[in-house]
Design a protein around this ligand. Structure first.
Ligand code: KG4
Ligand code: ZN
Length: 337
């Protein structure tokens, strides 16, 4: 089965073709095209939805053409598209494109929840039997921090999530305090490497709470308090602050994920979302997972952690209820149900 995926939920415009259900791999990636309006948002220190939506309109057709360079639309079995959550103006560009293709080429549509996409990025180029259930997914992106239990592809249960800022948001908002460009996550990771000691010992919010909720909004206040005390902000001080911030966020993420892994006796842990692109997070998880010999750990390739259309097509393959174009709508508030 060949699926064309389309992703336009935020500031990335993606189109990808996957082939699944044959061969040794769960999902084969045939093409993965992506354009981003990130540079524009860097200038404004955050995403302006109207600007993101206009860029989506500009990028959609060229990105689609590139993804379909070696596959004709006649070969495609279904069009998968992100219907939410996300920015409504951006989502509509992808959804209307999918509906148009569906109408003209008579292809069914598979609507995809963007958050499921981040989970299913793990299945791309992975062996058929590698990921075993029950699995636990930790989605850590700019908009979301969620822990999800996957018993089967049809039985996916939300265990908990952030009560305020998402993990990526904590990186981005603290980055702004430190005058780092948006999105600050990748730079905070890089600068942290120039430090090796958790000097500031920021709070680890909700680390011992019995639930699987997270709360990261207090961290930026804790960093702000330290910043206000510092007389000269040199490069080493910034690196030390980045190191301590990263350590606080990752301690909470890892501790709660491993507790859930134990409680539900999971066979696999899957990471997803932009923050999962962080190598330090991956290494810390790999280190701790050694104490769980029956649990395998998966992180998608870096470019599949951040938003892309291949993950949307992959999610569609495993949850493939098809819809007629007229019954598909964007839903910015979509969540786990
Ligand atoms: O998944 P994503 O591309 O978009 C959303 O769906 O939100 O995630 C973007 C988020 C941003 O907050 C960015 O700062 C963060 O992921 N991020 C990182 C890294 N790369 C991206 N955070 C920490 N370390 C990274 N290397
Ligand atoms: Zn995302």
């Amino acid at each position: 089965m060949k699926i064309l995926g389309i992703e336009t939920s935020c500031d990335e415009t993606g189109a990808a073709v996957i082939e699944a259900g044959i061969g040794e791999k769960s999902v084969n990636l045939l093409s993965n095209s992506l354009a981003s309006s990130l540079v524009l948002h860097s200038k404004t220190g955050g995403i302006i939805p109207e600007v993101a939506a206009r860029e989506q309109v500009k990028f959609m057709i060229p990105v689609l053409e590139e993804a379909l360079k070696n596959t004709s639309l006649d070969e495609i079995d279904a069009v998968a598209v992100t219907v939410g959550p996300g920015l409504i103006g951006s989502l509509l560009v992808g959804v209307e494109t999918a509906k148009t293709l569906s109408f003209i080429y008579k292809k069914p549509i598979i609507p995809v929840n963007h958050l499921f996409g981040h989970i299913y990025a793990n299945f791309i180029e992975q062996g058929q039997e590698d990921i075993e259930f029950p699995a636990l997914a930790l989605i850590v992106s700019g908009g979301h921090t969620d822990l999800v239990l996957i018993k089967t592809h049809k039985d996916i249960k939300w265990l908990g999530g952030t009560r305020d800022d998402a993990a990526g948001e904590a990186f981005d908002k603290t980055g702004r305090l430190l005058n780092l460009p948006y999105p600050a996550g990748p730079l905070i990771e890089k600068l942290s490497k120039n430090s090796s000691k958790d000097l500031y010992k920021f709070p680890r919010p909700l680390i011992d709470s019995k639930d699987y909720d997270f709360s990261f909004s207090g961290l930026k206040t804790a960093v702000l308090r330290e910043v206000q005390k510092i007389k000269t902000m040199d490069d080493q001080t910034i690196s030390n602050l980045c190191f301590s911030l990263q350590a606080a966020i990752f301690d909470v993420l890892i501790s709660k994920t491993l507790r859930a892994a134990k409680e539900y006796n999971v066979k696999s842990i899957l990471l997803g979302g932009g923050v999962a692109a962080n190598q330090t997070l991956k290494e810390k998880f790999e280190d701790k997972i050694k104490d769980y010999p029956n649990t395998k750990f998966f992180v998608p390739q870096k470019k599949l952690c951040t938003d892309n259309a291949a993950m949307i097509a992959a999610a569609a393959f495993f949850n493939n209820d098809t819809y007629l174009w007229k019954n598909v709508n964007a839903n910015p508030e979509l969540y786990f149900d």
